[in-house]
Design a protein around this ligand. Structure first.
Ligand SMILES: Nc1nc2c(ncn2[C@@H]2O[C@H](COP(=O)(O)OP(=O)(O)OP(=O)(O)O)[C@@H](O)[C@H]2O)c(=O)[nH]1
Ligand SMILES: [Mg+2]
Length: 437
């Protein structure tokens, strides 16, 4: 199914009672950009603009923004105490209901900040997890989000517990009254994590069986990857004539969608659209979304979609390249697709260095034929000309072969039949015992 019936639900409804939304659609948020002196200010600012988009995607409204650059992090409140007071004043003036910090907060920092500013304080990770919870549609997607939320929650609880211990004046070896309750909570979370992991495992097994039965592995596959909001879903629609939801919003897509594509003079292939990437993607999400990411990992070819019109194009490309390395996809064949060229300044095309590449617009259709040709070329290169020999007693297998690949020619030999065809790598493996050349 497509994501057309996009029907956002409250994360708390989706994920049982162990996690809940950090941001509500009625929230008026102040976003806080933070960075160390050694970091580039322009990057801190870009990150902050992105954080505003994230707040928007989560349904909140940004009513103020502030930046602090520090020599080092403050363990108690992350940022300097003067800045925290300034934010508290901004909250009073603007009627803000939420603070969003553009950096991971510990449980202790979160609590301390909340005590001073008197409204809820959340961090970038929690915001991204909220958006994922809003978007998750499938059973698997929902489980993955809940797992990520729980993994994110656990270390925060430890921090809060340590702090409560020190407040009570207890040292190592002493048990505070809050400790047992916290231990119980942590145990419940660990149990829930184990249950979700088990469920995910069975979903995965089921899916891989499904996949085998569909023989999807035998069909050349492409995965659309790239920074969020670069036009991956729009391209899937344009390439395959499908209608998955494309929206000017970060993380519009969460669950993977696969569609068949017909390329000129090439065997049919499939294209998968999936979740986009972003800077500082929470590691818990990467861990929880392993299965979804594996979907791309199994693809023969990656289509790396870049938004040519974005002023942050270079940095976005870097982020995706880093993740490609992290997921060990570097050996994969990658086609660089520079999208939105209808709205990008022309000179940008001369700035990009990656090959093989193509400039397209999913909106106007410009360059789409070239992209299809490039994809067809890759698929054809992936095939090898072969001859297969079937002895008379196994000639019935020629029927199976004809389902896997187009038989170009058949010749009757004295003791059997020789078939001429072209096979992809996985098919070569499947038919290896009959291959003569
Ligand atoms: N001008 C222009 N806009 C485009 C083009 N392709 C996509 N868009 C717009 O860019 C926005 C994002 O498109 P999507 O297809 O949802 O992007 P995505 O990469 O799937 O985004 P996520 O799923 O959120 O990661 C939408 O508003 C699209 O209409 C293009 O070639 N030109
Ligand atoms: Mg999308």
């Amino acid at each position: 199914m497509t994501n057309l019936n996009h029907n956002p639900q409250k994360p708390s409804q989706l994920s049982g009672n162990s996690t809940s939304a950090h941001i509500k659609s009625t929230d008026r948020a102040i976003v806080v950009g933070v960075g160390l002196k050694k970091e580039a200010l322009v990057e801190i600012k870009e990150n902050l603009l992105e954080l505003e988009e994230l707040v928007d995607a989560a349904g909140g409204e940004v009513v103020g923004s502030v930046i602090q650059v520090l020599p080092s992090w403050n363990p108690a409140t992350l940022i300097g105490t003067g800045k925290v007071e300034e934010i508290a004043e901004m909250v009073r003036d603007s009627g803000a209901t939420l603070i969003v910090m553009d950096h991971q907060l510990s449980g202790v920092q979160q609590r301390n900040l909340q005590q001073i500013v008197k409204v809820r304080v959340v961090d970038r990770n929690q915001l991204i997890l909220d958006i994922f919870a809003l978007r998750a549609q499938t059973f698997e997607g929902k489980l993955q989000v809940e797992l990520a939320q729980l993994l994110d929650q656990m270390p925060r609880m430890v921090g809060a517990w340590m702090e409560s211990l020190s407040r009570q004046g207890g040292g190592i070896g002493t048990r505070g009254p809050g400790e047992t309750a916290l231990e119980n909570d942590r145990r419940r979370i660990r149990e829930r994590v184990a249950i979700i992991k088990e469920k995910l495992e069975s979903v995965r097994k089921n899916r891989s069986q499904h996949r085998q039965s569909r023989r999807r592995n035998e069909i050349p596959s492409f995965a659309l990857i790239g920074y969020t909001n670069t036009g991956k879903s729009s391209l899937l629609n344009k390439l395959t004539g499908s209608q998955v939801m494309a929206k000017n919003q970060v993380f519009a897509t969460l669950d993977p969608t696969t569609r068949k594509i017909f390329l000129p003079d090439a065997p049919p292939a499939v294209v998968t659209d999936t979740v986009g990437f972003i800077r500082k993607l929470p590691t818990q999400l990467i861990e929880a979304f392993k299965a979804t990411l594996e979907e791309s990992a199994e693809a023969d070819v990656l289509l790396h979609i870049v938004d040519l019109s974005s002023p942050n194009m270079e940095r976005q490309t870097e982020v995706v390249d880093e993740l490609i390395k992290e997921f060990n996809w570097s050996d994969k064949k990658i086609i660089h697709v520079f999208n939105k060229c209808d709205v990008a300044p022309l000179d940008r095309q001369f700035r990009v260095k990656a090959y093989p590449r193509v400039f397209v617009s999913a909106l106007t259709g410009q360059g789409i034929d070239q992209l299809k040709q490039l994809m067809a070329q890759v698929v054809t290169e992936m095939q090898t000309d072969v001859q297969l020999y079937f002895p008379r007693t196994e000639e019935y297998k020629i029927f199976d072969l004809s389902r896997d690949a187009q038989i170009l020619r058949k010749e009757t030999a004295t003791e059997g039949t020789v078939c001429y065809t072209q096979l992809t790598a996985s098919l070569l493996n499947r038919w290896r015992e009959y291959i003569v050349k």
